[in-house]
Design a binder for this molecule. Sequence first.
Ligand code: NAD
Ligand code: VAL
Length: 358
Amino acid sequence: MLHHEQVVIHTGERSGLPVMVAIHSTALGPAAGGLRLWHYPDWRDGLADALRLSAAMTAKFAVAGLPGGGGKTVVVLPGRGELDPRRRRDVLRDVADVIASLGGRYATGPDVGTGPDDMALIGETTPYVFCRPARLGGSGDSSPHTARGSLAALRAVGRRLYGTASMKGLRLAVMGLGRVGAGLARLLAAEGAALTVTDIDPAGRGIADELGALWCPPDGILAADVDILVPAALGSVLTKQTVPELRCRAVVGPANNQLASPDVADLLHHRGIVWVPDHVVSAGGVINAVSTELHRVGADRAQARVLAIETTVDELLDTAHRHGRTPARAAEELALRRLRGASAPAGSPAPRGRTWEI
Ligand SMILES: NC(=O)c1ccc[n+]([C@@H]2O[C@H](COP(=O)([O-])OP(=O)(O)OC[C@H]3O[C@@H](n4cnc5c(N)ncnc54)[C@H](O)[C@@H]3O)[C@@H](O)[C@H]2O)c1
Ligand SMILES: CC(C)[C@H](N)C(=O)O
């Protein structure tokens, strides 16, 4: 969509691990996006992820109509296991130093492998951090809001495909039972959805039992015979190889960057499978954080903004249908219109270098 404005790769003084911050665009406002601590085969894979995830944040803010830009931080963890608590603190302090050095052009928040307590620790060094615990003045865990926003997106798709926004009786497969996936699965189960679930962490089986959900091995979930597949783990699960295996009518979930490449959206479309872009579905977390921490609106208004994802998805599906486009293309065009609208005067470069006022 656009080129990245800035990419910082800094070897942490304490941890010795590469901290990578990608600022994709500040055209609509200073950048924000979560901190991902994850294992990758190579640090370059982590960099590629940071580049794609930060671009997705630009689109997420633009489609949600929020005055923020796209950024993301990735730290490539060594080996396979968990970091011991001391090393983990070192990593977080290294991340905090890099964010502080950006002077407010980018603020971080939680993502895979991090949560509000980690944001509290980063907040000891820099104010450019969202979703610290409420006792420290932050908006707390983003994942319940992301889960509620994802449910709102599912309602819009349910209405379009099955004539009802209720999840009761719909068969859904949830891939990933982490903070967002488990929360969403609980909301769906409470509404009477028939769930099939999985996680690479066998502890997920306990959640399946709690919810009366069918457990499926991780490598079988994409081909589950369901109405809607809900990716809630990591990205790049929809590929030229996996799309032919799908047996669902729609794919609607919060996992960032579900497509291995943009053209996979066309493959899904040709198979008659509705795919709602993940940056639209998963916006609830940032919508709540920005509404609460920056716009200082009350919890009810912030919640209403999260639930408005249902209308956004409705409108995208309408536009896509009317113009014979995929929802992915309709969302991209909407994001580009908003990004171009932000760059003035016509023909001049987009405004850059905005900083958060915290
Ligand atoms: N936390 C948020 O508010 C938020 C907001 C927007 C988007 N997202 C996205 O949603 C997704 C989940 O985020 P989270 O905060 O729940 O992370 P998390 O780390 O709490 O959960 C991820 C879960 O996915 C599981 N997993 C990893 N690979 C898997 C696989 N191949 N098959 C099945 N399960 C697998 C992990 O074991 C873990 O339980 C991520 O893509 C994240 O970027 C999160
Ligand atoms: C909370 C937010 C920063 C989240 N990780 C996202 O991808 O939208």
